[in-house]
Design a protein around this ligand. Structure first.
Ligand SMILES: [Zn+2]
Length: 362
């Protein structure tokens, strides 16, 4: 299991504080000092010790100390001997674990004290036919499991069960640490699209009907309607809450120039790299509009990973996105580097604009 290990953060109480003033004043001073100390503690937070590795080594967990968490659930290749398989046509999301690592490296920075800051990374190494992290365990069990001779099997091997639990325990641990240290943060669930696709897809658990009129696919929904959907049922509830009643600003989180996909393209442009068509974005706000690439194919709006580990759940303040990348983001080392550098810059801007979080360093 992904056990929290020994924390260097939050264990040391900021009290007792030495005061010699009157009790009434002391309370106020203590409150403001506590605030200052807490923000200091956040600014200088050390990473917690790595969790105990799971016994089979199927899940990689790299602890972090900045408010960003990267998941790569679908790039696994390991198939334990004799493991029954889920008969799925879905293949590996090739090179997304490398992409997660390169994005982590691009996000790395030194803070004002010179300490290195890195995002959290969780990678599943089991093949998704052995264990599907991005569906609930009930959905995993409901699959029709087959032995390698094609005969029906009872279900996943215990190692797959352990890996599923470890993967989600690690993601949960990272989210809780980020939330405790920074108040909020952002989780990126990295995936890969098949070769028939021509646009990246950003999923926040919003349905196409939240972005476009189901009766007229070329008509975008109103900002008010989209803002309400984002507030009620998306993985961006924290960012939305920070914008109060500003419906246009909330809708802009997913389809404005300050949406993650649009900031990604701005960063690519600044780096003199080719733009990446992306849905939803300011350019293609509406997945089903006739002018949107792949409008006649399914829009992937995210699944279990971001539902389980984001503000979609009551009590979690970390927001999230599922990014489905075209192969042009990850086939070659050069492509991964271009994508990672631009996405790191997009995330720095997105976190600053919508959460007031600084992950830029000096
Ligand atoms: Zn995937």
């Amino acid at each position: 299991m992904c056990r929290p290990g020994q924390s260097n953060r939050g264990d040391a109480s900021p009290f007792p504080l030495p005061f010699s003033k009157a009790t009434a004043i002391r309370g106020l001073v203590a409150a403001s000092l506590l605030t200052a100390l807490l923000s200091l503690a956040c600014a200088h937070a050390e990473p917690t010790a790595p969790p105990a590795p799971n016994p089979d080594g199927d899940i990689i967990y790299e602890p972090g100390n900045m408010p960003v968490i990267l998941l790569a659930p679908h790039d696994g290749t390991l198939i334990p001997d004799g493991s029954p398989l889920r008969p799925t046509n879905a293949g590996r999301d090739v090179n997304t674990s490398k992409l997660a690592r390169e994005l982590a490296e691009a996000l790395e920075y030194r803070d004002a004290t010179g300490a290195k800051r890195r995002p959290y990374v969780v990678i599943n190494q089991l093949h998704r036919k052995v264990m599907e992290p991005n569906r609930s365990w009930e959905d995993n069990l409901d699959s029709e499991w087959l032995n390698d001779d094609g005969g029906k099997a009872g279900g996943p091997v215990p190692r797959a069960t352990r890996a599923f639990e470890d993967y989600h325990a690690c993601a949960d641990h990272a989210v809780k640490e980020v939330q405790a240290a920074f108040g909020t943060g952002f989780l990126v669930d990295l995936h890969g699209l098949g070769s028939s696709r021509s646009a990246d897809m950003y999923g926040y658990l919003l349905r196409p009907s939240h972005l476009a009129d189901p009766k007229d696919h070329d008509a975008a929904t109103s900002d008010d309607a989209l803002a309400e959907a984002i507030r009620q049922r998306s993985t961006l509830k924290t960012a939305a809450a920070r914008k109060g009643d500003a419906a246009a600003a909330i809708a802009g989180l997913v389809r404005g120039p300050e949406s993650l996909a649009s900031l990604m393209n701005a960063a690519l442009e600044a780096n003199r790299e080719a733009p990446r068509p992306a849905v939803p974005s300011a350019q293609f706000p509406n997945p089903k509009a006739s002018s949107t690439p792949d409008h006649d194919q399914i829009y992937f709006n995210g699944a279990y990973d971001i539902a389980a580990h984001s503000s979609y759940r009551v009590g979690t303040a970390v927001d999230a996105v599922q990014i489905e990348t075209l192969a042009t983001a990850r086939n070659t080392e050069k492509q991964r580097q271009v994508f990672a550098e631009a996405m790191a810059e997009a995330l720095r801007n997105f976190l600053e604009l919508h959460y007031g979080l600084d992950i830029r360093g000096k």
